[in-house]
Design a protein around this ligand. Sequence first.
Ligand code: ZN
Length: 322
Amino acid sequence: MARSPLEIGGSTVKAGSRAHVEIPVSRLITGAEMSIPVVAVHGKTDGPSIWISAAIHGDEINGVEIVNQVLSELNPKTMAGTLIAAPVVNLYGFITGDRYLPDRRDLNRSFPGSRKGSLAGRIAHLFMTEIVERCELGIDLHTASDHRTNLPQIRSDLEIPRIRELAQVFGAPVMLHSPSKTSGTLRRAATRAGAPVLLYEAGEPWRFNEDAITTGVTGVRRVLDHLGMASCDGEPAGPVVECRSSRWVRASKSGIAHLNVEVGDTVEEKQPMGTIDDAFGKRRSTIRARRSGIVIGRVLYPMVNQGDALVHIATPVASETP
Ligand SMILES: [Zn+2]
C-alpha cells in the first residue's frame, strides 16, 4: 500500500517527494509576509518522523548550514520516514543577527506558546502544532551565546534511553546529561508532548565554524542511518565522553583575560588556564580550573567583568566520585 501523503502548512507532500513549505507567521510593519521556511522530505516508505531545527536563537547560524548540507544528500525516493527541516525558526532574529525577537523575548523560553500570545509565543505555538506534533523525535541545533564558543556536544536528558542511544550514535566528542528543567525551552515542551529532543551545541554565534558544522552534519547523518531512514557510509563515531555535570570558572577580577586553554582540552584541578591583567599588562589574577575535566566552552571576548563566565568545564563520568 502506498504511503499516505504528509499534510503540513496547508500543503500536501506525496510519499517519495520533497517540498518547500512556507508557514506564515505574521506581516512586517511594511506589510511583507514573514513565514518559517520548512523543507519536508517525505520518504517513499514508512519510518520515523523527525524534525531538525536551527536558529531558534537568530544569531546561531552553524545549524542553518548543517541543515542545508544534510538536506542536500537526502533522496526522498530512497528514504524511509519523514524529515521536517526548519533551518531558520527565529526568522526575525536571523535577519538582524540577533539572538532574540524584536520584542527582546527569547524564543527558546516561549514554548509551547499560544495562538494569541506574544510574537514569540505565537511562533512557538506554530512550531509545536505544525512540526512537533507530526514528529516522534527532534534534533535542535544551537551554538554558544554572547562571545563564547562551545566544543561540539550533545546536551540532552540521557536518562531517556532512546536519546542516550542516539547521543552515542551522533558521535560528538562529549555528551552532557542535562535534564530539561528550564521552562519555555523547545526541548522541554516537545519532550512533554512526547517527542524528546537531541540538542546539539557547537561553535559560536555569527560564524560558520568548520568543526562544528562537519561534526553536526556527520552526526545527523549517523542518526538518520541508525533510525533506518537514509544510509550513510561515513566514518563510524569515535569515543563519546559522557559527562553528568559541568561548571563555569568565573572571573575573580575585572580586566583583560588571556586564556591558554581551548575547547576540547583536558584540565586538572587547580591548573592555571590563563591570567586576568589590567590594560597595561599588570597581572591581576590567575585563572585556575576549579575541577578536573574537559573544556566544553570558553569566552572569546577578552574584556571581562568580575563574575563573567570564562571557561566551562565538564566532568567525565569515570572521574566523578560517587
Ligand atoms: Zn541557542
